[in-house]
Structures are given as structure tokens and as C-alpha cells.
Design a protein. Structure first.
Length: 122
């Protein structure tokens, strides 16, 4: 799935797979951190004051459908955020708190861009 361009040389395919693997480890760490935040919010005595559910909209810099797919799923996998819609490169995200809203798209989009833009160029 990651190597949709069959014209890429084998070395570029391996590099793409390596970058995606590094991203996956980083994403797993972000999921752990987000889980702690959601537990903190859920168990906080003043939870109602911390909760600030909101919709966040942003235009992505990602060009390929696969890169957008990875971003949408990465956002949804991270506790406290859900990808609601992607239309014409504009993402609509539901965020649980101001803290989670401030992190969208953040480093996630930049990291995915590095994976796929380098992957297309070899």
C-alpha cells in the first residue's frame, strides 16, 4: 500500500518503508501521551471546566490521497481527536479539549509530508 508508485527503484521503496516505520513508532508514542491526557481530563474533579469540545478545520499541504488517508487515520487513532470529514484537502476534526485542538495537525502532518514527498522523489 505504501509503495503505490511501481516506478520507484527498490532503494526508494525501502527508504519509504523505513520512514513510515519510524513514523509509526512516533505515532504510537503520541497515542500513549494522548491517552494520559484523556484519562487526566476524565478523572479531573473539574472535568466540565477542562472539556472544550470543538471542531477544527484546516487545509492540508499533503498532495496524495494516500498521505491524506494516513493523516486522517493518525488523527482518529490519537485519543481526543476524530477526523470527521475531508473535502477538497480541507480536514474537519473534532477535538475534546483546547489542548488537543491546538495540536491539530501539528507535527503529524509535517512528518507524513516528509514520508511521502521524499518517497515520490526517491
Amino acid at each position: 500500500m505504501l509503495v503505490v508508485n511501481s516506478n520507484l527503484p527498490i532503494a526508494a521503496r525501502v527508504a519509504l518503508l523505513w520512514r513510515f516505520s519510524v513514523y509509526t513508532v512516533w505515532l504510537l508514542w503520541q497515542i500513549v501521551i494522548a491517552n494520559f491526557h484523556v484519562v487526566y481530563v476524565a478523572l479531573h474533579p473539574r472535568m466540565e471546566e477542562i472539556l472544550e469540545p470543538q471542531m477544527v478545520e484546516f487545509k492540508t499541504v499533503l498532495k496524495t490521497d494516500l498521505a491524506k488517508f494516513v493523516l486522517a487515520n493518525s488523527i482518529t487513532l490519537t485519543p481526543g481527536t476524530v477526523t470527521v470529514r475531508i473535502e477538497d484537502g480541507v480536514f474537519l476534526i473534532h477535538a475534546l479539549t483546547d489542548h488537543t485542538a491546538a495540536g491539530v495537525p501539528g507535527d503529524m502532518e509535517k512528518r507524513i509530508q516528509q514520508i511521502f514527498e521524499r518517497g515520490q522523489n526517491g
